[in-house]
Design a protein around this ligand. Structure first.
Ligand code: BMA
Length: 329
């Protein structure tokens, strides 16, 4: 067994060993980007998307901006986690109360399996950005739930199990625009509908030129480890050429996950390749999902590249945790 606890074996997760001589704790797949911007005919771009093990392969919910630049969600399937087939039709949610279907747009989904179903959270346009929620059992029929929070909020990320009897979600309160600020908070719920018990989790870093100086937001579903919850998060630096999105990771207490034990001072991945530096929004790496193999501790992270395509990178939980601890504030 690895340092990953309460996880399942996933021997077929997409994987490549770290290239010889590579210095970082996180390394890119050399076939990146795995999802091109035009995988489906309607798409302008496909990025910031979420995948999960499903059946004998994988399924996911993908952010596709169409050619009118409307942002919405599409279902997708894959045998190997690398070659994907996406539905050209957007996901049509059903709901008892038509009000919860109101959405100016949907983007940046996360998918979290809890108990018996796959929950989806996304940034939902409802009189401003907030956290939309829904679920599916089969990635064919999708049910909408109440928005979790009031506007303005983004980057809603569920924990994969109840903690001390309560569901928990990370989020990043924001504004109507491109939000030049933002810390990560945690909220608790008895039923995934009513959220409260809010706690501050992590602040931005007030150091000149830090990659996490302007705002931060949680990425993939937290991974439970022997050292605490492993949480990948993006961080933004305001450069003289605009925002630069990188990502790092934190380790929090298991029972009180708003208590941060360690967080990376250096980034784990920053925009450096052509497909991360050039696109509709240059200089963005934005992780929204991770697959884990609990037997070996291997982790595959899916991330949006320059708001245009989707990339894949890898790490090993034990090595990553050691890196975070040795490079923490
Ligand atoms: C954020 C979100 C992300 C996007 C990023 C960079 O505010 O909208 O979807 O990747 O900006 O444009």
């Amino acid at each position: 067994m690895s340092v990953i606890v309460n996880g399942s074996p996933l021997p077929n997760l997409p994987w490549a060993e770290k290239p010889k001589g590579y210095g970082g704790a996180v390394w890119r797949y050399d076939g990146n980007p795995i999802i091109p911007r035009d995988l489906i005919p309607s798409a302008n771009s496909i990025f910031n998307s979420a995948v999960t093990p499903f059946g004998d392969g994988f399924a996911g919910v993908f952010r596709c901006d169409d050619k009118s630049r409307y942002m919405d969600l599409h279902a997708g399937f894959s045998k190997d986690g690398i070659r994907w087939t996406l539905e050209d039709e957007v996901i049509r949610f059903t709901a008892g109360d038509a009000e919860v279907l109101k959405s100016d747009h949907r983007y940046d989904p996360r998918v979290c399996f809890i108990e018996d179903r796959y929950y989806i959270t996304w940034c939902n346009g409802y009189h401003g950005p907030t956290i939309g929620m829904g679920y599916t059992f089969d990635f064919k029929t999708f049910y909408a739930m109440e928005n979790a929070f009031l506007p303005c909020n983004r980057n809603g990320v569920l924990f994969p199990r109840k903690i001390n009897g309560q569901y928990m979600m990370l989020s990043r309160p924001s504004d109507y625009g491109h939000t030049p600020f933002g810390d990560i908070f945690l909220s608790r719920s008895p039923d995934l509908t009513y959220w409260g018990g809010h706690r501050h989790v992590m602040h931005t870093v007030d150091e000149a030129n830090s990659w996490q100086k302007t705002k931060i937001g949680a990425g993939p579903i937290p991974i439970e480890t022997t050292e605490g919850w492993l949480i990948f998060y993006h961080g933004v630096l305001t450069s003289c050429n605009g925002y630069v999105y990188s990502f790092g990771a934190a380790i929090t207490d298991i029972d009180e996950p708003w208590r941060v034990k360690y967080r990376t001072r250096p980034y784990l991945l920053s925009p450096q390749t052509l497909y991360e530096c050039v696109g509709d929004v240059p200089n963005v790496v934005f992780p929204c999902a991770a697959l884990t193999d609990a037997d070996t501790g291997r982790i595959a992270v899916y991330y949006g590249c320059a708001d245009t395509t989707t990339g894949l990178c890898f790490c090993r939980a034990e090595e990553l945790i050691a890196f975070i601890k040795n490079n923490s504030y």
